[in-house]
Design a binder for this molecule. Sequence first.
Ligand code: HMG
Length: 392
Amino acid sequence: MNVGIDKIGFFTPNYYVDMVELAKARNEDPNKYLIGIGQTEQAVIPPTQDTVTMAANAASQIINDANRKKISLIIFGTETGVDNSKSGAIYLQNLLKLKREARAFEIKQACYGATAGIQMAKDFVKAHPEQQALVIGSDIARYGVATPGEVTQGGGAIAMTIANDPDIMELSSDSSVYSDDIMDFWRPLNKTEAVVDGHYSNDIYQDFFYKTIHNYLDNHDMTLAEFKALVFHLPYTKMGLKGLRKVLPEVSETKQTELLKEFEASRVYSKRVGNLYTGSLYLSLLSLLDNSSDLKANDKVGIFSYGSGAQGEFFVGTLKENFKNGERKLRIKQLLDERTKLSVSEYENMFNQWTNLDPDNFTGDVIDNSEFTFNGIVDEKRQYSTKKLTNS
Ligand code: HMG
């Protein structure tokens, strides 16, 4: 059966900080951030957005009357949940007016959550081909002002529908997985910022990539040369390049050039947003689809998912005829180009404001024209508002 990704939506809030300005403020050479880390801009999350509103803003782009009736599974991947009990999926179901005859829940394993959701959704659709699943990756990556991880912060959401006979990509029925108890990155319950052993996390990521891609190739009697492109979880875009460079010697120089060219297309969006944790791999896939000039239907894309702690998975997507979408590309260009640039001190204020909300005036002078916004907490209940419901 031909099951995979039918539609992809992406949202990041309307504020960012420039990486050259941040490097100068931290007394670093800007090329460390631009080349050594591979980031040019970083999303800054205003207090009017959380993982629920970002997910709703991403998903509303891909929900229409036809698929709204079919979505009976909603999986919300996040490591920045808004409640210790109630799932983001239930809030989302209500905000998007999705049908109630659905299974809706949240799932967590660091940046791996959306991939776990996709794999479950794929099996669900195989068992119920007339139904669809909505899978979310929505997160806010926070390490702290003036920490080594600061340059790898970011945030946003990816929403994907998984369907039979999909428009974008058919997914391989099997994959190669690897997990182990590793303390490379985690966030204790009392903290709003991650604890990280940065260089160790880079090593584990590359190790898990090497293991899972080779398990997959060995089990399928395939070679790396059969892939048109590889897409990676991109906590910062140089990380994917480090992974790619580990396997490049296995192919000819011509193929190396081709894979490197496709990698550049896959990191256009992440360079401007930073880490979205669960959504990062799928932002990289979206960037490849929108920015590569050489891809065509039936090309194979190798997909590497990594979540600290740690879980790795490698699987394969085969492109379908309708994977390109000019309207989607234009919308993302507008979303990124029309953001407001913050100075470094304005970014620091917004970063700190996000965790110290004043219930009476927490928005300050934030301007947020997004379709879905967070409006504070009344009687310990989160309040959300909707400007309009698109595509309904
Ligand atoms: P750092 O120690 O500040 O940076 O931290 P560095 O000194 O290692 O330099 C970074 C790179 O810049 C190096 O290149 C330097 O050579 C280069 P590399 O050796 O890595 O190829 N460099 C320059 N290049 C050009 N011109 C210059 C220059 N100067 C230096 N002038 C680190 C970097 C990424 C460790 C830090 O930011 C961090 O801890 N980030 C958070 C952790 C992280 O993102 N880990 C990634 C793997 S784990 C993962 O992906 C999971 C995660 O998403 C969480 C989850 O699963 O939920 C994080």
